[in-house]
Design a protein around this ligand. Sequence first.
Ligand SMILES: Cc1cc2nc3c(=O)[nH]c(=O)nc-3n(C[C@H](O)[C@H](O)[C@H](O)COP(=O)(O)OP(=O)(O)OC[C@H]3O[C@@H](n4cnc5c(N)ncnc54)[C@H](O)[C@@H]3O)c2cc1C
Length: 460
Amino acid sequence: MRKRVAVIGGGIAGLAAAVRLRDLTPPDTEIIVYEQSGALGGKLRTGELGGVTVERGAESFLMTGADGAESAAVALVKRLGLGDAIRHPARVPAALAFGGRLAPMPGGTLVGVPGDLAQLGDVAHADAERDHDAGRPLLAEGEDVAVGALVRERYGDEVVDRLVDPMLGGVYAGRADGLSLQVTMPQLARTARVEHTLRDAVRAAQRAGRRVPGKPIFGAVEGGMSRLVGAAAAASSARISLGLPVREIARTAHGWRLLLGPVPAPQTDDVDAVVLAVPASPAARLLSGVAPAAAAALGALDYASVALVGLALPPGTPLPDLSGFLVPPSEGTLVKAATFVTTKWSLPGDGPVIVRASLGRAGEQERLQFDDAVLLERAMSDLGALLGGELPPPVASWVQRWGGGLPQYAPGHLDRLAAARAALPPGLALAGAAFDGIGIPVCIASGERAAEDVSKAWEG
Ligand SMILES: Cc1cc2nc3c(=O)[nH]c(=O)nc-3n(C[C@H](O)[C@H](O)[C@H](O)COP(=O)(O)OP(=O)(O)OC[C@H]3O[C@@H](n4cnc5c(N)ncnc54)[C@H](O)[C@@H]3O)c2cc1C
């Protein structure tokens, strides 16, 4: 009989699930994507600034997966016929703010954790003696720790505060002391279960992840990430429902009943299977009636809020020849990172000079609770101070807020997630950044896996 499957959440994880469902299920299967906002894409949202295409959310994806093969993002882009549209950032260095100025980023680190302390230069002092061999691996089998706990113990505070924190801040807006090693640095977690010193564990992880020289690390889609979103929606030939939140999931004799829309005018939809691809707190709410143990495990996940400030500076505004910079929390600025978009993406030199600044970190929500004009002013003054001179007024600007946008995976996250997945009834699967990791490829892979799980459930 003809099957119907609902994907709840129209971010990239939900859309990847919809595409995989289309590829796996009989052609008459009806796939419905329920997205509560007015547009698909979630954190993938391409915008415009001073006549230039600029991302208002995620801007690029890793080209390679942990196994060294092409990432799930590259595979999906190719599946959608956009392989020729993949572009790569220019090979320009990034810098690190240090003592109110920009300094070169030390080389040879793994997300800020050095494998060779000699390369740290003046940026941070590490006590090599602390990283001694105690005759056993750094981590026991199955153990997870905060990145900060491991690196502080082995190298001291400066390496964490000046190098690891800004790197993790750039990706997660989080702090090393709160983030799980297993989720944020899976390769290092693996080698730490074998090696006896952090130095050896970093080097082993770097060898395992050794990239082919000259092969680009990041990619993006010409025309913007929203093009990927549109292509995925089209390839899935799903029915797209926008502007209606799913409020409840209940079991029926043969599948699931979704309760949708505003409380005064509810609607229902009966489906055979559900892929839940929403952030942790809506996921926990939706699971509370059908999988309370899974809901409880997910409800514990915290999120950080960030705001992006996009600036189109007058053509010719001089900037250092960098792709951007990262700022450690100890610098005290609201800006935690900046991308020099024009340089990084080799945009034409005669247009406005585009800078995208990222503001806010985990636990600092109150620092973003100002109106857009104040955030713009703070971004301009932080950037001016770090660049050594006031910036000219922008010809165009925007502020994009991502309230509760970035999951903060605490140590033990993967065990809690495994428990949540084990507690799910068949025909219901989880996907997205709340679960397996933050990066676009990981979100896509989790959507594809969820699609495979639910389609297997109804075959069986
Ligand atoms: C500012 C920023 C920059 C980033 N940069 C990068 C980057 O450069 N590279 C990278 O790899 N990653 C980046 N990331 C991370 C990455 O973009 C996200 O982790 C990923 O896009 C999340 O996808 P998702 O589908 O899991 O969730 P989301 O994109 O959050 O999508 C979930 C969707 O579910 C919808 N929803 C929620 N509740 C309901 C409900 N009850 N009913 C119906 N719909 C609902 C939401 O409206 C949303 O559209 C960035 C993230 C941010 C915030």
